[in-house]
Design a protein around this ligand. Sequence first.
Ligand code: EPU
Length: 302
Amino acid sequence: MRIENPSIVSALTALSVELQHGIALSQMTSLGIGGTTDLLRLKRHESIPDLLKLLDANGIPHKFLGGGSNLLVGDGELPFVALQLVRPEPDVVIEGNFAKVDAAADLGRTVTFCAKNDLGGMEGLIGVPGTVGGALRMNAGAYGMQIGSYVREVKLYRAAGRKIEILSGEQVSFEYRHTSFAPDDMMLAVTLELPAKPFKEILQGIRICNEKRRSSQPLGQKSAGCIFKNPPGASAGRMIDELGLKGHSVGDARVSDRHANFFVNAGKASARDMLTLIADVRERVHEAFGVGLENEVVVWNA
Ligand code: EPU
């Protein structure tokens, strides 16, 4: 979708929003898949309510883009614009056991920055690509921890009330890869309360998690992490593997040889290829195990 109306363009400038025309979202997603649209880069949280009023008044649909690491975007010209926060400097501020983190901060860099300040707890998230805002929305987790456990306060734009609000951690429910945020809420910043630990000890934990991840996941390849959620008490990856589906492909969309719940873009996969592969694997798992796998990956317009 393109914004060409000069009065909208100048209103965006007045709101400190940078308009980038015709951005291929394939360049902004870890899967390397996605069509084209205008990208609106937001420099000030405070301008978001006015920006969304402007978009609504002009009938311009939008979606919030974080780090693009858990996202499958449809092919071709997209019928919405993408909004993305510009990362401020500094993006993480430490006060005692609290880390105040902008939603646009890189997750891995945040984990290591906190570690250097002797704050641990998030070692499991090392190696998970994406932003802190994306991790928060999905309640990202690995190796027995999840980010939600450390959340004390969230600053967000709430689409329902059309304003910026601050919620305490207790007001949000964090479940396995799911939160009580509405789909059109936009994460802006989070305060984490982290356990004090000596840097050396945290580093050891980080090394162990890094090693486990390297040995079991296809880190160098284009993927969106796990495609399906694990059903209660079972592993989607193990079930897909047991069906002998590693390497199974549709076009360049392929079930990873290393971890069967990672589907990789081995070349020029389209969203259509990836969706066909997802549907095919889901059906085979259902036939064999009677389990309906749910997407973990977020799908836009595909
Ligand atoms: N397994 C296989 N074959 C495979 C993959 C896994 O047999 O191809 C077996 C493993 O040997 C293991 C079991 O299945 O016995 C579980 O595998 P793994 O430890 O890799 O964990 P997972 O359940 O597949 C979950 C998360 C990952 C997270 C890891 C580590 C989900 C959907 N996946 O994977 O998160 O990194 O645990 O904690 O919850 C993600 O969210 O995108 C993601 C990758």
